[in-house]
Write a protein that binds this ligand. Structure first.
Ligand code: ATP
Length: 250
């Protein structure tokens, strides 16, 4: 369906259309459509803008990515459908690896996602039919299996729209986890090292912009930015951003 750019809810409706198209072309799982609905509800409570707390988290996330030895961006169906170009741009700017990692795993979908990323400029996509896989202990879903050369070997993993179990397990496996999740109360948000509470459609382009800006900073300056970040405190700020916005209505 074509949506007029003059529609007051253009961005939100256009995002839904992208997911529906992604679903029809076998990129997005049906459960991904429902998960997006939960995200949208929280986005509404922020006034559909990037809150200040999210900007603070973005800087900390970029500091971790730029200082990492083997950073990897984990890609699921919704991420691929919503921000294929920008996630590849982010991988190139850091630079970081890209790994397809699905909750509802199936090889055909993995291949379609990898080819969409390649079509958007990715030179290598890990996680598809990988010969060498590792199991992260403590995860019940098929996402426990990761590419040994990708997330398996990563020190910093960016996990947009993650499930809580896996975020916790990745932390337990000694990795630093950057989550993008509109729900500041989710287990993922709580388990991550840095949580960006924002919509992925705004968060990824912002990560690209800040990466390019922070790239010239020294390792020690980046270390200082990352270590002064406190995720729990920032999640409290995100909740306060939400409450402030709602007060404007109440
Ligand atoms: P958890 O296990 O971490 O508590 P959950 O069970 O609440 O998570 P899931 O259904 O696994 O959540 O995944 C959906 C999550 O992704 C939700 O927290 C939702 O807020 C978030 N989400 C969905 N769409 C977006 C989006 N476009 N941008 C950012 N976050 C999103």
């Amino acid at each position: 369906m074509r949506i007029s750019p003059n529609h007051p809810r253009f961005r939100s409706l256009e995002t839904r259309e992208r997911l529906v198209r992604g679903f029809r072309s076998g990129i997005v799982a049906p459960q991904g459509l429902i998960a997006h609905g939960r995200g949208e509800a929280f986005d509404y409570l922020f006034g559909e803008i990037t809150p200040k707390s999210s900007r603070v988290a973005t800087r900390a996330a970029v500091a971790l990515l730029l200082n990492a030895k083997t950073p990897v961006l984990s890609i699921n169906g919704n991420t691929a459908a919503l921000v294929p170009r920008d996630i590849v741009k982010l991988a190139r700017s850091v630079p970081a690896g890209l790994e397809v990692n699905l909750f509802h795993r199936n090889l055909a979908r993995e291949r379609r996602i990898a080819s969409l990323l390649k079509h958007n400029g990715a030179s290598q996509v890990l996680g598809v039919n990988a010969t060498s896989r590792l199991r992260i202990p403590g995860v019940a879903s098929l996402r426990r299996s990761v590419d040994a050369k990708g997330i398996g070997d990563a020190d910093v993993v960016l996990v947009p729209l993650e499930d809580g179990d896996r975020a916790e397990a990745l932390r337990k496996a000694g990795k630093m986890v950057i989550a993008i999740d509109l729900n500041p109360m989710s287990r993922t948000s709580r388990a991550a090292t840095v949580t960006i509470v924002d919509n992925i459609i705004r968060a990824i382009p912002e990560l690209v912009r800040i990466t390019l800006r922070m790239k010239p900073l020294s390792k020690s300056r980046l270390d200082a930015i990352a270590s002064s970040f406190d995720n729990e405190r920032n999640l409290t700020s995100a909740m306060k951003d939400m409450i402030r916005y709602m007060r404007g209505w109440a």
